[in-house]
Design a binder for this molecule. Structure first.
Ligand SMILES: C[S@@+](CC[C@H](N)C(=O)[O-])C[C@H]1O[C@@H](n2cnc3c(N)ncnc32)[C@H](O)[C@@H]1O
Length: 279
């Protein structure tokens, strides 16, 4: 169990595998803990190195959606092991990069792994993305790469992102977004996805639709600047993650990932990159 009593069984297991020197898991998830992006999914070869390269591509696409450039102050919310901060640190200069994560254990790894370069300044801070310990109007960009479904409330996160962003600042994120189905079907999908998903991934809420995002943006003082469906480009992720998680044992298995794969392949759940500008 991580700090703040947030239950993230897959992170418990990843950290255990790293401690045991599991080279494959380290290569797959030592930097980024999110899905991959393949411009042409047919080129995916199922190897862990191919998956790690695709995960870097996904991270870069979210950064692009946020309009990241040199010399800005950027917050990466739900920063995992610091993979997005590491990528930005390698590619941009004169940046103030701040990662926030609820789980101090992940931050310890991030602090050990990510060395500032290119005149960048890097800080990893423990805290809740829905209660940001930062001043108003202190960031140019806020990112949330594949983590908002874990947050206690998307509404509170958007309000906090709006508060800490400078006027005109950008929020970019990736998320699993269900199709706007009827309430009953949505609930059914939510339950199907929830049960095994909870066992491996912990608290996850993937019932927030694109229309919910549009309304939330409007209500919290953002305009939508990008809505990109990359579901197809993420599909080669599933065989790799199922294989690695399937070998881990304990609470973590491949069932949860297979459920998400099924929902994604059927088009019930889409993987979206969204960006918003503070107005
Ligand atoms: C799927 S991982 C993504 C990690 C990272 N963004 C990446 O792309 O590698 C989800 C992350 O959200 C973090 N998280 C969950 N709830 C959080 C919260 N309330 N505030 C901040 N971080 C949170 C988890 O600890 C984990 O690092």
């Amino acid at each position: 169990m991580s700090q703040n009593n947030i239950c993230l069984p897959y992170f418990d297991k990843l950290l255990e595998q790293f401690r045991q020197g599991d080279a494959e898991t380290l290569q797959a998830f030592g930097r980024h803990v999110h899905w991959g992006y393949w411009e042409n999914p047919k080129t995916a070869d199922g190897t862990v190195s191919d998956f790690a390269a695709a995960a870097e591509q996904l991270c870069r696409r979210v950064c692009d959606a946020g309009g990241v450039k040199d010399s800005i102050r950027l917050l990466d919310a739900g920063c995992g092991f610091g993979g997005t901060v590491a990528s930005l640190n390698e590619r941009f200069s004169n940046m103030a990069l701040v990662g926030i994560n609820i789980d101090e254990r992940q931050l310890n790894r991030a602090r050990a792994e990510v060395e500032p370069t290119n005149s960048n300044n890097i800080e990893f801070v423990q805290g809740d993305a829905c209660q940001l310990p930062f001043e108003d109007a202190s960031f140019d960009v806020v990112l949330a790469v594949e983590c908002i479904f874990h947050f206690p409330s998307r509404e509170r996160f958007f309000q906090e992102a709006k508060r800490v962003l400078k006027p005109g600042g950008k929020l970019a994120l990736s998320d699993f977004v269900p199709l706007p189905l009827t309430y009953q079907l949505m609930n059914f999908v939510g339950q199907v996805i929830q049960s095994p998903v909870g066992q491996t991934y912990g608290q996850v809420d993937s019932r927030f639709t694109l229309n919910d995002y549009r309304k939330l943006a409007k209500d919290t003082g953002f305009i939508v600047t990008q809505e990109e469906d990359i579901t197809k480009q993420t599909l080669p992720t599933y065989p790799v993650v199922k294989r690695i998680f399937g070998q881990m044992g304990g609470r973590v298995d491949e069932k949860a990932t297979a459920e998400v794969e099924l929902a994604s392949s059927l088009g019930l759940l889409r993987y979206l990159i969204l960006s918003f500008q503070s107005v």
